[in-house]
Design a protein. Structure first.
Length: 606
């Protein structure tokens, strides 16, 4: 039974007339959606913690966290670390094998191993323990690493990042920044040598990288792209099974204080996909091994519920984007750690917690949960097959999943403004709804995070989203069978990262398109330009002019030195042809780059 206060809230939330048609989401429970060949939500892919069952930190909370909330394991610094003892000499193979046996036996003692041991997590090392610029025998490094990895884990980890965020440490090995490109090349060679050896001897383990901390690829006229990820892909990419990137709102290690959630992170990942396709005619998948919020000055400060709130908003914004990529994403790990007991040391005399822990240490030595637990509480139990959804505003993100007796509709507000959103159910989908429980995660006007559950709701016609808010409507439904299906696919071109010149036509060819008569289609245009330059070029698809919208996902990027983001450009499916399709783009002014152009097609079949 709803309390009186809750009833008052929902008279406003649900029944206020919808005066503006600006924001609308559409949901069709009767149409199963596939992205590539993926429809079922894979919780191990999306709902992990940046920790491992090898740790004892959360042993007393295993039942609640990993069974009740359904948290999966994510990542640990438990790699071979070939230079952990010496920064000049590599240890022997027998030393690696001995450490491996010790590691295996020690992991089996972990209270969490028997019930929660899994292959679906990531191992990595700090660069200082994995690489030395003065040591060039990379085959020996690879042999050492494989000797350790073969038996170090009772269950072989599925994903291996040879080093974590290596390129921001390139300056550690030389005197000047001008020398760092050479260090980056050598680091990339280590990735390749290790990957090739792992592929030969540990076939169940995937190797990738480079775990970019600071993917400001557009910096210095895309020189940062050319000397980082492109170099890595050119040197090591053939041997990589995924490309790893860290996505943070705020400022991670280096760079400007900006928001990556929204169009900016889309442009980063699309550029990687576009170059992958250009090189190999295959889009190798992403691993987002860290994402969330960070900034300078957070470490070594008292626990902050407000910071937790900021992190929670960032996690959900980025997660909702990544849920659009199940066909080209192996795993996405929010940067939420366990207890970080290592952080309580002599350098931390006040005993402040690491800012991203799920449990913090109290003055009496006990541990209590932080607000970051709310991320997993919000998404508890969300599972099922994906259903068709649409949003007419890129700032309003939506996903829908359905399973026996339940449906889940998640809606997120990417902006820092309130948004009123009309909710429309297609094909009378709402007739299957018997009852709704609404989960709402937002921050108050004072910045504190709140997770609220409202029950006994009978319909959902309009929602008023707070800034950055995520809601999940958990619906009790009458069971039924899907009546239709819709398949979303991305199509790529061999043309990427084109300089923009005034009125010069940039041409992109997309091949092997299927017949599309019913559905939706759009171009995802990534551009890096000064803020005063046009974001609305003239575009034709097979000779048909289409209009570029004025809106894109997320904020206006005014705090960035230049705009770098993806603008989604919807157009009529009737302009597409089976087979070859040609898109021409011309800007009215000089400057910047068109970084990537991807054709997104949703093909509906009855």
């Amino acid at each position: 039974m709803m309390s009186k206060n809750y009833i008052i809230v929902f008279i406003f939330l649900i029944t206020v007339p919808f005066f503006s048609q600006e924001n609308e989401v559409k949901i069709d429970f009767t149409t199963q959606k596939f992205i590539g060949n993926e429809s079922e939500l894979n919780r191990a892919k999306y709902f992990a913690i940046h920790d491992s069952y090898t740790s004892w930190d959360l042993a007393s909370d295993g039942e609640y966290l990993f069974k009740n909330l359904g948290i999966e394991y994510g990542r640990t610094f438990g790699g071979p670390a070939p230079f952990r003892k010496s920064k000049t000499e590599l240890q022997s193979i027998s030393e690696a094998e001995g450490r491996s046996k010790w590691s295996n036996a020690n992991i089996k003692k972990s209270p969490l191993f028997k019930e929660f041991g899994t292959a679906d997590f990531v191992i990595t090392d700090h660069p200082r323990d994995a690489f030395q610029y003065s040591y060039k025998d990379y085959d020996k490094i690879a042999a050492y690493n494989v000797a350790f990895l073969k038996n170090a884990y009772p269950i072989t980890p599925k994903y291996y990042e040879v080093m974590n965020e290596p390129f921001v440490h390139a300056k550690d090995y030389v005197k000047t920044w001008a020398e760092t490109p050479a260090v980056i090349v050598e680091m990339s060679k280590v990735f390749k040598a290790v990957a090739d050896k792992v592929h030969q001897e540990i076939p169940g383990m995937q190797v990738g990288g480079y775990a970019s901390a600071y993917p400001e690829v557009e910096k210095d006229n895309f020189d940062y792209w050319n000397t980082r990820m492109k170099t890595f892909m050119d040197v090591a990419g053939e041997s990589m099974q995924f490309f790893a990137t860290h996505i943070y709102d705020g400022r991670n290690v280096q760079g400007d204080f900006t928001l990556r959630s929204g169009s900016n992170s889309e442009a980063i990942l699309d550029l990687i996909e576009a170059y992958s396709y250009k090189k190999w005619k295959v889009v190798k998948p992403h691993l987002i091994s860290e994402y969330g919020f960070t900034a300078q000055g957070l470490v070594g400060k008292p626990y902050s519920p407000k910071l937790n709130g900021t992190c929670l908003i960032a996690y959900n914004k980025i997660l909702m984007q990544l849920l659009d990529k199940p066909d080209r994403l192996v795993k996405a790990i929010p940067f939420i750690t366990a207890k970080a007991t290592w952080f309580y040391n002599d350098k931390n005399p006040d005993g402040y917690p690491y800012p991203w822990v799920i449990k913090k240490k109290e003055k009496d030595g006990s541990y209590s949960f932080t607000h970051l637990k709310k991320f997993y509480e919000l998404w508890k139990g969300i599972s099922g097959k994906r259903t068709e959804v649409a949003s007419n505003n890129p700032d309003i993100q939506i996903h829908s999943f359905i399973k026996k007796g339940k449906s889940f509709v998640a809606i997120n507000n990417l902006t820092d403004e309130k948004k009123e959103v009309k909710v429309s159910f297609l094909n009378n989908s709402d007739k299957y709804i018997k009852n709704i429980t609404l989960r709402r995660l937002y921050t108050t006007t004072t910045g504190l995070p709140r997770l609220v559950f409202y029950t006994n709701i009978k319909s959902l016609n309009t929602v008023n989203l707070k800034p950055g808010e995520t809601i999940i409507a958990e619906c009790d439904i009458t069971d039924f069978d899907f009546k239709n299906s819709i398949k979303e696919q991305n199509f790529y071109t061999e043309t990427y990262l084109q300089s923009i010149q005034k009125n010069k036509t940039l041409s992109f060819t997309f091949n092997e398109l299927p017949a599309v008569t019913n559905g939706r289609t759009s171009l995802k245009m990534g551009i890096g330009r000064n803020h005063d330059l046009s974001k609305k070029p003239k575009i034709t698809v097979n000779g048909n002019s289409i209009e570029v919208p004025n809106n894109w996902a997320g904020y206006d990027q005014a705090s960035r030195k230049l705009f770098f983001g993806v603008i989604g450009i919807p157009f009529d499916v009737k302009y597409l042809k089976t087979g070859e399709n040609i898109v021409n783009i011309a800007f009215p002014d000089d400057g910047g780059h068109l970084s990537s152009l991807i054709l997104n097609v949703e093909n509906k079949k009855n």
